[in-house]
Design a protein around this ligand. Structure first.
Ligand SMILES: NC(=O)C1=CN([C@@H]2O[C@H](COP(=O)(O)OP(=O)(O)OC[C@H]3O[C@@H](n4cnc5c(N)ncnc54)[C@H](OP(=O)(O)O)[C@@H]3O)[C@@H](O)[C@H]2O)C=CC1
Ligand SMILES: CC(=O)N[C@@H](CCC(=O)OP(=O)(O)O)C(=O)O
Length: 404
């Protein structure tokens, strides 16, 4: 077969185009698919056709390299990209699982047409335009500093989130080997720093706890509605937040039928949270923060206790959050009195927030929920890459929450 007719469907800036195109030049062919180029007039097309009749998902406009594909956040990127019309995965890496297929490591993704995972040492970036880096902190900086400069990168680890190298070294207990890249990196808390993300080459995707905490607090601090002292944050996370690697503390028998606090007084997200809140306040803010591990696989809730500025009411806090987020697709202020639940956002890129009066006059209680693997990691990462590459921000992210 040397030519083909395609009923081509194009998504362009939210519009759907459908047109029959005859094209004849085969650019590339292997046992699984053919890639055609050509078209007539104003319509220039690049279409792929699998020889078994299914369209290949890899031949899309942007070629994605997924580093750490065999982990939880890597698998979640694959799930989200399954419905992305522009991004196709051309490279996937793993460490212990190098050489394996995605379907063998994550059978729920067996329907996806994906390359075999290779070791980072064997990775070829010549067919890659942008990278999601889903690797442990420490390892990440060593790998990113060796990547070609033409790549757009969203890093899900903590390696480039802290502006001050000394703070990183203190809290992560290791030297930083790529300080220049740390200076270049833009912190990707999308709804707050969208303009900076637009022009970034390297985005440091926020941690899951800092995302759930900064989204409600930053607008309130910027509007001078809450006091900078006595901010108390109690957060709870699903176990997937700890990654897929086997750890004694994350065994079923250690997690089921109970909860436990960890990182008490010294969790490594404290400096990241304080950095974001202090930037919003233009003065140093410190917080009391205690995370807890919950017997659930995904989901995160932060319950935040704040003191309101003199004369400010809970209604003022509510209205400020309403104004800040009314045009936002993924951050939603619930109706007054409705308590956000992790169930409300499971599997989605949403952050749901609400604010309540405390029984103690002058204080308020804020509740924020996200899915730690989506808005707390892979979803926000995809939101950021969409913005960096000029695509509609919600592309590939329109999953509704899975309830119950
Ligand atoms: N899980 C979550 O909810 C969140 C995670 N993050 C951050 O995102 C990053 C990824 O997290 P997550 O997916 O949960 O982690 P996982 O432990 O599930 O996955 C880690 C991935 O990195 C690979 N890897 C591990 N060590 C090396 C190495 N030395 N060289 C190359 N590859 C290596 C693993 O390969 P293999 O499996 O083959 O050994 C795996 O693919 C981490 O920095 C994490 O802190 C951020 C926000 C939330
Ligand atoms: C439940 C659990 O263990 N969660 C992780 C946070 C996940 C995350 O956001 O980690 P990064 O900062 O590395 O990206 C933790 O407390 O270390």
């Amino acid at each position: 077969m040397s030519s083909a007719t395609f009923n081509s469907i194009f998504f362009n800036q939210g519009c759907l185009w459908k047109q029959e195109v005859k094209i004849s030049k085969i650019k590339h062919q292997n046992e699984k698919s053919r890639l055609y180029v050509g078209g007539t007039g104003a319509l220039s097309v690049k279409c792929s056709q699998a020889t078994d009749g299914k369209a290949s998902k890899r031949e899309k406009e942007v070629r994605i390299g997924l580093l750490g594909a065999s982990g939880y956040t890597g698998a979640e990127i694959v799930r989200l990209l399954a419905n992305h019309p522009y991004f196709g995965i051309t490279l996937m890496t793993a460490d212990r699982k190098a050489g394996q297929s995605m379907g063998s490591v994550f059978p729920h993704l067996i329907t996806q047409d994906l390359p075999t995972m290779v070791s980072i040492r064997d990775a070829d970036f010549s067919n890659v335009d942008a990278v999601f880096c889903c690797l442990p902190h420490g390892t990440t900086q060593e790998i990113i500093k060796g990547l070609p400069r033409n790549l757009k990168i969203v890093d899900l680890s903590a390696d480039f989130r802290l502006q001050d190298i000394a703070v990183y070294e203190e809290w992560y207990g290791q030297p930083h080997s790529a300080p220049d890249l740390q200076k270049e990196a833009v912190y990707g808390l999308t709804e707050i720093l969208r303009e900076e993300v637009k022009n970034a080459r390297l985005v440091a995707n926020p941690g899951c706890y800092p995302t759930s905490i900064q989204l409600p607090l930053v607008p309130l601090i910027k509007a001078n509605l809450i006091e900078h002292r006595n901010i108390i944050i109690d957060s709870k996370s699903g176990v997937s937040g700890a990654g897929r690697g086997a750890k004694e503390a994350n065994l079923y028998s250690e997690i089921a039928e109970g909860i436990y606090s960890y990182g008490v007084t010294r969790h490594r997200h404290v400096p990241e949270i304080e950095q974001g809140l202090s930037d919003a306040a233009h003065s140093k803010i410190t917080v009391s923060f205690t995370p807890h591990l919950m017997p659930m696989s995904r989901g995160m809730q932060s319950t935040i206790y704040v003191e309101m500025s003199p004369g400010v009411t809970v209604e003022d806090l509510y209205q400020q959050l309403r104004i800040t987020y009314e045009e936002e697709e993924f951050v939603k202020l619930l109706e007054k009195g409705v308590v956000p639940r992790t169930h409300n956002v499971r599997g989605s890129n949403y952050c749901f927030i609400n604010v309540f009066p405390d029984r103690i006059p002058g204080r308020a209680i804020i509740i924020s929920v996200i899915d730690n693997v989506v808005k707390g990691a892979s979803g926000q990462a995809l939101q950021n890459l969409n913005i960096m590459l000029g695509y509609p921000e919600n592309t590939g992210l329109l999953y509704q929450p899975l309830f119950p």
